[in-house]
Design a protein around this ligand. Structure first.
Ligand code: SAH
Length: 299
């Protein structure tokens, strides 16, 4: 039950004698939360554990996964505003960033930075990419020329990423964003511990959002793509190699687009590959980027 300000009593422990006398002179107290009525003249209940309980409540509030707690909604909204200022305009991409709780995917020690536009460590020497970079890559996929092709039969009711393949699941954050805009996401990770971590993170999110689309997590070498669910309308890589693996090119559907960092000189560029509806390939570049290396094999 709530108290009016005039009913509120000092709760400090230990009370000074004069404070104790003053506290007794107040009027009736409201019912306690257990529903027990406290007599008007009863002495102040001393609760020496109260501050410890408050500290514990605060610790849990800050560190325990908060599901889709409303307290993170406004920070996500601010992140979305920054993405818009950075030139992201695709409504679906912005909605995905507003919906997916990035703080659920990072270590508790980094929760305070979860909505900064910064890459963050996710363990095993890997990083979760900056939101602005992920958003730019997703937007590139969402505006691919093949999307409106009659061959694909895409209607506005169909999610713009269609069947999507992600290479480099990491902590699973980007997979969740992709799922928001896809009919199916297949995501591959070569490091077993990260594959398991992503599974836990995404499971936790599904509990909060039972309607969330299914994401297939594969433990394996993403260099070979994932033939059982090919072809894909969209392919996105979160790790950069010296060239695009042939398997990715082969598994790209007509009208599909692939975005991946690739080595160029001493740095990396974002390579965009379109498979036009007639099957031909068209390469372009979308600026310099910095991603962790694409490695072969599993660990
Ligand atoms: N999208 C991720 C970012 C992961 S960082 C997220 O949202 O967290 C890139 C990931 O690519 C790393 O986890 C790394 O282990 C993985 N990776 C690198 N080479 C790979 C390969 N050949 N197959 C699958 N995953 C690979």
């Amino acid at each position: 039950m709530s108290q009016s300000p005039s009913d509120r009593k000092p709760r400090r422990f230990p009370l000074q004698l004069d404070q104790l006398a003053a506290s007794r002179s107040h009027g009736p107290r409201p019912s306690s939360s257990s529903g027990v009525r406290v007599p008007p003249n009863a002495p102040e209940l001393l609760r020496p554990q109260a501050h410890l309980q408050a500290v514990e409540r605060e610790r849990r509030r800050q560190h325990a996964p908060q599901g889709l707690g409303l307290d993170s909604v406004h920070v996500r909204r601010r992140m979305v505003e920054r993405l818009m200022a950075d030139g992201i305009s695709h409504a679906g991409v912005l909605e995905a960033f507003a919906a997916v709780p990035r703080h659920l995917f990072v270590d508790t020690a980094l929760v305070n930075q979860a909505y900064e536009d910064t890459s963050l460590p996710i363990g095993l020497g890997q990083t979760i990419s900056k939101p602005s970079v992920v958003a730019a890559m997703m937007q590139l996929l969402c505006v691919r020329p093949g999307l409106n092709g009659a061959e694909m039969g895409v209607t506005p009711a169909r999610p713009p990423l269609g069947r999507c393949l992600e290479i480099g699941t990491g902590c699973g954050y980007q997979a969740a964003l992709l799922a928001y805009l896809s009919s199916r996401v297949v995501s591959i990770e070569r490091l077993h511990d990260l594959h398991a971590k992503a599974r836990t993170n995404l499971e936790q999110m599904r509990t909060a959002l039972p309607q969330w689309p299914e994401i297939r997590l594969i433990y394996g070498d993403g260099m070979v793509g994932h033939a059982p669910h090919a072809p894909y309308d969209t392919i996105i890589a979160a790790a950069g190699g010296s060239a695009l693996p042939q398997a990715w090119v082969d598994q790209l559907a007509p009208g599909g687009r692939l975005v991946a960092p690739t080595q160029e000189g001493a740095g990396q560029v974002l390579t965009v590959l379109d498979r036009l509806p007639d099957g031909s390939l068209q390469y372009s570049r979308a600026g310099a980027v910095l991603f962790v290396p694409l490695k072969s094999g599993t660990t």
